[in-house]
Design a protein around this ligand. Sequence first.
Ligand code: Z5A
Length: 222
Amino acid sequence: MRGHFITFEGGEGSGKSTHAATLAQRLKASGIDIVLTREPGGSPGAEIIRHILLSGIAKPLGAETETILFAAARDDHMRSTILPALEAGQWVICDRFIDSTRVYQGILGKVDGKLIRGLERVTVGAAMPELTFILDVPATIGLARAKTRRGAGAADRFEAESVEYHEHLRQAYLALAKLEPKRCVVIDGRAPRDVVADRIWAAVNQRLSGAPAARAAEPAAP
Ligand code: Z5A
């Protein structure tokens, strides 16, 4: 049996990591075997590429090169982590995935859509996420949360971009969600943590076969 594939997307500090982890815990507590992973990264090779990308050393090489590096990381992540887990019937929850490339490199970085789609075909193919949560918060709130969490540490390559950049990013995510309403669910990330978590839980139970609530409603085996 193939498992389920869920991704979390959104701007900086929107709560993706928090809610990916919360959902993973709830599913685990319901007896579902899950793999919680992230991009860029999620496999040994991809974690090395993550370091290169987030340090900013690839930025002078241009947006196309960064896009190719994100794709190289994704390819390793798919082969080493995501596909084996799905094939084993596990549920995969991934903190950022293809929509980050579509938005950060495609819309903000103005990389040709043909290159982005071509790389997506090669790296992901038919193994698309079935459900994508887009956590939506105004850029000022997300950046303030990320700054508080970071403390005295330095901003990474993307955190260092302007508020306008991050607001543009937010609008790009909302536009993308409108294009794919079957896959994407927009969640207001300004709500209190437990409210956000409950909305995510409700959507998982409503949309995915074999989710805990759906299983509980099934008649018991004779
Ligand atoms: N990137 C790309 O360009 N292209 C790609 O294809 C991919 C990625 C895959 C990865 O950064 C960067 O790579 C990313 C895009 C780019 N850069 N940016 N920006 P990362 O993995 O280091 O960081 P991130 O993905 O941006 O996530 P983040 O900064 O860690 O934020 P988050 O995961 O959305 O938020 P969080 O850590 O869960 O929450 C932030 C804080 O807010 C934390 O203290 C929480 O406790 C708090 N929080 C969370 N929810 C709430 C609520 N509801 N209320 C109040 N406070 C809350």
